[in-house]
Ligand binder design. Structure first.
Ligand SMILES: O=C(O)CCC(=O)C(=O)O
Length: 336
């Protein structure tokens, strides 16, 4: 990060170091450079103009969702469902002082597939990559990258600061309104008070104005802040803590990604959560290492010899864009 560093006093009079998140334009950021400079180096970035052709950018408004899906019931947040029309009314009434609900439980392919045509062609930076591979074990095979719809009004926010499971990278693309992100690097994890029984989530609820008497170590963390506006996307690398805060009524989508840069961490995390017997764990680990080696080779070949017939026939094993994916239901073994 080359931009200016700011040190901001908060309500306790203590200072937290704040850095702006780096910004790039899609017009000067080829996909491979994005992978090398940001995914491989685990650096966040905001990219402008990522999906100029999306119909969503022209048509998705609160009124669009209210008129088209108003009578549908949606799960909004943990254990809370409501009619879409009521959700939109509450989002439009939301203020910083009296925040309304924040929709974060709609998986688009599963719950609202009729929205998909508005999100094409895909934002290539957020292509889920190894989640689409037929080598992925069934439990982790998610060709949709968990593509999610997020809607909230001023003061609304994703419930908790967290980092994503599967050691996945995330890309959140803003369609309507403005949303601010606060990110904390994995190196600063000791300063964000992860829940002992849920180490992916932080106990700090109000990151915008944290209680440094209760969470004094947070003063040692560096916060990376940036706001995304329509047509911009934020890349949140694996392991980075993140928290999203709506500034003006906001509609966005979020997808996860697995590729070479976060594969080893994915293996570690997925094998830690394994409850079965040791032989099954060893088999799973060996399988994931072997399939990672095959996928890395297929990816390298595609980068080096994109037109070779043999390479094109291998591409679906580790697709680097949507048009190389196989039948989406094909997947690897059923590890738990
Ligand atoms: O609300 C947001 O934009 C963040 C979404 C997110 O972090 C998630 O879905 O895991």
């Amino acid at each position: 990060m080359t931009q200016t560093q700011i040190t901001e006093p908060n309500r306790n009079g203590s200072a937290i170091t704040i850095q702006p998140i780096e910004r790039r334009s899609a017009s000067t950021l080829p996909y491979q450079v994005f992978l090398d400079e940001y995914a491989a180096k685990n650096r966040p970035v905001i990219i402008s103009d990522v999906a100029p052709q999306w119909n969503a950018l022209r048509t998705w408004t609160p009124e669009f969702f209210k008129s088209r899906f108003g009578s549908n019931t949606v799960e909004v947040t943990y254990g809370v469902s409501m009619r879409f029309a009521d959700l939109i009314d509450a989002v439009l009434a939301s203020t910083a002082e009296n925040p309304g609900p924040y929709l974060h439980k709609v998986i688009i392919h599963q719950h609202m597939p009729e929205l998909l045509p508005d999100l094409t062609p895909e934002n290539s930076y957020s292509f889920p990559r190894r989640y689409c591979s037929p080598l992925m074990p069934k439990r982790f095979h998610r060709p949709d990258g968990y593509l999610k719809l997020l809607i909230g009004g001023p003061g609304g926010k994703f419930p908790l600061m967290h980092f994503d499971s599967d050691n996945a990278h995330a890309m959140i693309t803003e369609i309507y309104g403005d949303k601010e992100f606060i990110l904390v690097s994995p190196q600063d994890s000791p300063y964000v008070y992860p829940f002992p029984k849920s180490p992916h989530t932080s106990q700090i609820e109000n990151l915008e104005d944290p209680d440094l008497e209760r969470f004094p170590l947070l003063a040692k963390a560096t916060e990376y802040r940036g706001t995304i506006r329509p047509g911009e996307a934020i890349f949140v690398p694996c392991g980075w803590w993140h928290s999203a805060h709506v500034l003006t009524t906001s509609i966005s989508v979020c997808a996860n990604m697995l590729e070479a840069s976060n594969w080893d961490g994915f293996i570690e995390e997925s094998c830690q959560s394994q409850n079965g017997a040791l032989p099954a764990l060893v088999a799973k680990r060996l399988y994931l290492h072997a399939s990672g080696t095959i996928m890395s080779a297929a990816e390298k070949l595609q980068e080096t010899f994109p037109r070779a017939a043999l390479v094109r026939s291998l591409a679906p094993l580790a697709p680097i864009s949507r048009n190389q994916t196989l039948n989406l239901s094909t997947h690897g073994p059923r590890f738990s």
